[in-house]
Design a protein around this ligand. Structure first.
Ligand code: ARG
Length: 474
């Protein structure tokens, strides 16, 4: 890959001629050259730059600007360059500034004067805007398949643990018993929206700037629909100024990525809590954890901790790009060169985080006893007792009061509601009878929430089946 290729900025070696040097009387300051170059990072776009050039050349041939021989030479030359890059045989040059000029200069070295015709009717401004969109479209597809892999893993886990009970929390205080499967499905639903947002963003990414040229379009009789078709774009953009300067597709992508990272970060926080000795609800496989160099007993949940930490990088990139764009007059400005590193970092961070979660989640195991004990401890069936009283015609507010007193008594005696005798419970209301114990069990409590979106194992199983079918349709 391109990483094997070295970047040279050694002024001892022969200086490549600037492709834009015509009007200049002195050569660029060496520091300025390095400061303004983007080849160290935009080399990552080589494949998309070459694909864009091949389509552009083919279109120039179709409209009669390049001959058949010329377009063949250009295509063969570009294919060879791609092979050279992939074999690690191309030395990137800082003097040639960016990916576009590195490839174009290499093409001219290979095929001679025809190489210089490739840039007819285009500019680096529409070229870079096109390259990023081609690259990002591909990355969105990778991200979407990683989201789906994680979703499948969560469904697997939810199905396996549909009956497992743990305490559900509000304010991080035990609230009501829920099923583990239901909890996993909450994460699944967030990812459904994340996936849809990525797909929606892809529609706006998949518009072609090429043909906008520097900013105003070009005097050549180009066929932009043809180029768009060759590159698999939905259509060419409608305005050349917008085409070269718009980066809101990238901001939209990073904002969607930020939401995924925010979800993964919340998820991470729960995994960190749940693996701690205080909760001890779940176990992460050893291969996703690390030890401590000083404390031999430690097994640290590094993967979720890192994902939680990495969310900050992505949120930071969102602000970088918003700030990058907010004061730019139309059309292209060199500021835009700063769009790439935050965008690349966002994609790398998101793909890495999704991959770690997709690999890890299906291998999580649960400590059912510990979760059950925790659910018993927090009077988590208090609402069920109130609902029971309401079922016997007591107004809800009165029922709330009665159960509140019973809980107060339980706190004093160190007893859960389900551990109290019928006599003890009847002290708070004489309408309580033996059947109360059916609703005070954890199993009874979760099974009773048996409606669409509720925590009952039956509902979990039904949503898993429905979601699996939806996923396999995509
Ligand atoms: N390296 C530039 C970028 O990333 C490519 C476009 C340069 N255009 C220009 N007029 N200097 O945006």
């Amino acid at each position: 890959m391109s990483d094997n290729n070295k970047t040279s900025n050694n002024s001892e070696i022969t200086q490549p001629e600037k492709l834009w040097g015509g009007r200049f009387t002195e050569s660029t300051d060496a520091f300025v050259e390095a400061f303004t170059a983007s080849i160290s990072f935009d080399q990552r776009l080589y494949k998309h730059d070459i694909a864009g050039s091949k389509a552009h050349a083919k279109m120039l041939n179709k409209v009669g600007i390049l001959t058949d021989d010329e377009v063949n030479d250009i295509h063969n030359g570009l294919d060879e360059i791609q092979a050279d890059i992939e074999a690690g045989n191309l030395e990137w040059s800082v003097q040639l500034e960016d990916i576009h000029m590195n490839i174009e200069a290499r093409l001219t070295d290979k095929i001679g004067i025809t190489g210089k015709k490739l840039h007819t009717g285009r500019s680096r401004n529409d070229q870079i805007a096109t390259d990023i969109r081609l690259w990002l479209r591909e990355q969105i597809d990778l991200i979407c398949s990683e989201i789906q892999r994680l979703q499948k893993g969560l469904l697997e886990l939810a199905d396996r643990e549909a009956e497992t009970i743990l305490p559900g929390f509000t304010h991080l205080q035990v609230a009501q018993p829920i099923t583990f499967g239901h909890h996993m499905l909450a994460w699944f639903e967030m990812l459904v929206r994340d996936y849809d947002r990525m797909q929606d963003c892809r529609k706006r990414v998949n518009i072609m700037p090429l043909g906008s040229a520097a900013l105003a379009g070009t005097t050549y009789p180009i066929d932009r629909n043809y180029t768009a078709e060759l590159l698999g774009f939905e259509r060419p953009c409608n305005n050349s100024l917008d085409g070269v300067s718009d980066r809101d597709f990238a901001i939209e992508f990073i904002s969607d990525a930020s939401l995924v990272m925010m979800h993964l970060s919340r998820f991470s926080e729960e995994l960190v809590l749940w693996t701690s000795a205080q909760f001890n609800f779940i176990n992460l496989p050893d291969r996703f954890c690390t030890g401590s160099s000083i404390m031999p007993q430690k097994k640290n949940p590094d993967v979720p901790e890192l994902v939680r930490g990495k969310s900050g990088r992505v949120f930071g990139s969102l602000f970088s790009l918003l700030t990058l764009m907010k004061s730019q007059p139309l059309a292209y400005n060199k500021d835009n060169q700063e769009d790439k590193e935050p965008l690349f970092d966002t994609v790398d961070t998101l793909l890495g985080s999704l991959r770690a979660f997709a690999d890890m989640m299906p291998n999580v195991t649960t400590n059912k006893e510990a979760m059950k004990v925790a659910a018993m401890q927090g009077f988590s069936t208090a609402t069920d007792l109130a609902d029971y009283l309401v079922g016997k015609d007591m107004p809800f507010r009165d029922a709330h009061e009665v159960v509140g007193s019973a809980v107060g008594y339980g706190v004093e005696k160190g007893k859960d509601l389900s551990e109290m005798s019928l006599d003890e419970l009847q002290k708070f209301s004489d309408i309580i009878t033996e059947d109360v114990f059916d609703v005070l069990t954890l199993e009874g409590s979760v099974a009773a929430r048996d409606h669409l979106g509720g925590t009952a194992p039956k509902q979990v199983k039904a949503r898993v089946a429905e979601a699996l079918a939806l996923l396999s349709d995509k």
